[in-house]
Design a protein around this ligand. Sequence first.
Ligand SMILES: *Cc1c(COP(=O)(O)O)cnc(C)c1O
Length: 354
Amino acid sequence: MITADRELQDQFASDNTAGACPEALDALVAANAGWQPSYGTDEITHRVCDRLREVFETDCDVYFVFNGTAANALSLAALCRSYHSVICADCAHVETDECGAPEFFSNGTKLLRAVALQGKLPPAEIGRLVNLRSDIHYPRPRVVSVTQASELGTVYSPAELAAVSEAARLAGLRVHMDGARFANAVAARGCSPAELSWRAGVDVLCLGGTKMGLPLGEAVVFFDRELSAEFAWRCKQAGQLASKMRYLAAPWLGVLEHDAWLRRAAHANRMARRLADGLTRLPGVALHAPCEANGVFVNLPAVAANHLRAAGVHFYTFIGGAARFMCSWATSEEAVDRLLSLAAAAFETRRKEQ
Ligand SMILES: *Cc1c(COP(=O)(O)O)cnc(C)c1O
């Protein structure tokens, strides 16, 4: 019987099982001095907003919320009226994992599911869903939502994003990006944050902090400032306005300093690549989707998957039945290699049983 050591058990289940990275934590501790004005009027929060405007090379409007569900739901609600609809991939987090929060906070805006290809929304799906109906009985399409990096660990190129935005623009729709893993996407593509967002037509970005290595918190970045009118009230009403805002903001200062966020994300991506290479060397294991960011999606033979689970390794079986393993800033090469040994042992057990 093989067993996973304690460190391996939860490490690959998600990129939110890791702790906060040192840069984030140091900045948090540094913020814990003296007195500061509350509700986001403090100096630290202002500094992070300015820093993000530098990072994105534009005069964007920034808000901080506690988690990704709030960031997505509130930003979509800001773009839509209750009778509107949002076109998203069928595997999108807003559709599958937010308990109806986008619909709830927008008072009824409906999500229209596009058939995704390897996690990405094909531009042609936008036209199809818009032109499907134009009558009064159909919720009026208003926004296209894309996830970068996608729920299947793939990454849109600037050109792919531009094609989505162009299809959206032709239909009169705005573009929302769920960037829970935006840092991984930027690190993977090696282009600028601007190129993967507003320059490719994105109007509002939910910029992930938690999975990147903050203790908690996400930023909502409006590139079209007209869309953020009254957003502050929306956050307050939804219980997302932190009174000690500096604690939500400060960790950002730490990771944005000297591009630590992109170095950490690049490391997570490299660990995923190592894991993907190792797993696909095992007999009969194939990638379910290309490994382009920090997630590995593989088709594991059921017996091997069961043995890994019995050994105590937690992982999700995902869209299309693939096993998902996530890497984070804290994943080490040694941990990846130990997981690979366990996987190899699971295969050995399977061979003996056959
Ligand atoms: C994790 C994640 C979120 C945020 O989820 P919360 O648990 O609400 O913080 C949003 N989108 C995607 C694609 C995610 O993976």
